[in-house]
Design a binder for this molecule. Structure first.
Ligand code: PLP
Length: 401
């Protein structure tokens, strides 16, 4: 089955799973209570549903339900983790370590802190987009209070050596936060073994609704102290004021429940679709290069540069296919992607870059359709390009990547 336009932009957001929607609906209609209302059945029901969601999330991530703080999404969770730590630890030090390939939520939180007198080190990545844990270790000073490294990159899908980095931080008694928005529900995460102190994630990247997410904060001792960034009530142990988004939280819980059951099979199925997409494209089109790491990568990600092709022209020429050039968050800005710059892609290839995000609801027919469309359009665009005469294609120097 093909559903048009074919949606291959699952790093930007995902469709809400029908089972998630079904679980949420009663919390808009009959069970509309406030989870903080302690005096009647409406409140109790809402509270019970939030408790259940916490349990389902904890089961997926192998943590304690009480370690989950609900927020409005990963951006808020990241702000709470980074600014909240900076606020409570400024007497100890003013140095934070992160990487050059983080999402804007992390980069802009760090920039905000730089304006307030904090020092931030932005560690580089290698040409496949992976952070070397040794570079993190080398950046640590006696003023370092926090290390924040993303679990999975949202443009090139690379999986970072989180366990090794967490271990280094632990040995130096420095807090470790990870933005796991592109990892949760896609790859197995065992918080009981990873040594992560704080982890941000979001519901709408894993087939749940938009506007809800969570921050995991370890309950292990010594207690991790963070300062709330929103004032106004005692919800979430005083760390995040505001009436809980009960339907959203129920949706996130259900999304985690489904992920816990489906993750393994889904990873195989989606990897096969991704590999078919790649092989289909390179067998029809020469001069294709894969960005990122072909091994340490989440199943649904394929980021490629097609030599001599302007990715925007290609996208405009195939409205039946929804993909992204670079990251969606920066797609309104004209600047080249900071992630593609960080892996050393030259400017020409950056403009030729397309990100495919394959997800739960994509079918093989859709993938075959996209291969056909890309092949047709690339061949056509090359044939009319002044730098090419006729339909000549360059030798596939990148095709074997
Ligand atoms: C989408 C995304 C975010 C932001 O998540 P929201 O819930 O939309 O705020 C943060 N980090 C990464 C890596 C993402 O992909």
């Amino acid at each position: 089955m093909i559903s048009f336009p074919v949606y291959l932009d699952n790093h930007s957001t995902t469709r809400v799973d029908p089972l998630v929607l079904e679980a949420m609906l009663p919390y808009f209609t009959e069970n509309y209570g406030n989870a903080s209302s302690k005096s009647h059945e409406f409140g109790w029901k809402a509270e019970a549903s939030v408790d259940l969601a916490r349990k389902l999330i904890a089961r997926l991530l192998k943590c304690e339900p009480r370690d989950i703080i609900f927020t409005s999404g990963a951006t808020e969770s990241v702000n709470l983790a980074i600014k909240g730590t900076a606020e409570t630890h400024s007497a100890k030090g003013n140095h934070i370590i992160t990487t050059v390939i983080e999402h804007e939520a992390v980069l802009d939180s760090c920039k905000n802190l730089e304006r307030k007198g904090f020092d931030v080190t932005y560690v580089k990545v290698n040409e496949s987009g992976i952070v070397d844990p040794k570079d993190i270790a080398d950046a640590i000073t006696d003023k370092t209070i926090l290390v924040s490294v993303m679990y999975v990159n949202n443009e090139i899908g690379t999986i970072q050596p989180i366990k090794e980095i967490a271990k280094i931080c632990k040995s130096k008694k420095i807090l470790f936060h990870t933005d796991a928005t592109q990892a949760v529900g896609k790859i197995p995460i065992d918080l009981s073994k990873l040594g992560i102190d704080m982890m941000s994630f979001s519901s709408h990247k894993m087939y749940g609704p938009k506007g809800v997410g969570a921050l995991y904060k370890t309950g292990k001792l010594p207690r991790v102290r963070i300062a709330p960034q929103i004032d106004g009530g005692a919800q979430e142990k005083g760390l995040r004021a505001g009436t809980l988004n009960v339907p959203g939280i129920v949706g996130l819980g259900k999304a985690c429940d489904i992920a816990a059951k489906e993750l393994e099979n889904e990873a195989i199925r989606i990897s096969l679709l991704r590999d078919r997409l790649y092989h289909g494209i390179i067998s029809a089109v020469k001069g294709v290069r894969v960005n990122g790491d072909t091994v340490k990568r989440i199943p649904g990600n394929l980021n490629i540069s097609i030599e001599g092709i302007d990715a925007d022209s290609l996208m405009i020429s195939m409205k039946e296919v929804a993909v992204s050039t670079g990251s969606a968050c920066s797609s309104e800005a004209v600047e080249p992607s900071h992630v593609l710059s960080a892996i050393g892609l030259d400017k020409g290839l950056m403009r030729s870059t397309i990100r495919f995000g394959i997800g739960r609801f994509n079918t093989l027919e859709e993938i075959e359709y996209v291969i056909k469309k890309i092949s047709e359009k690339v061949t056509y665009l090359r044939s009319i390009s002044p730098s090419n005469n006729g339909n000549k294609q360059k030798k596939g120097e990148y095709a074997e990547v």
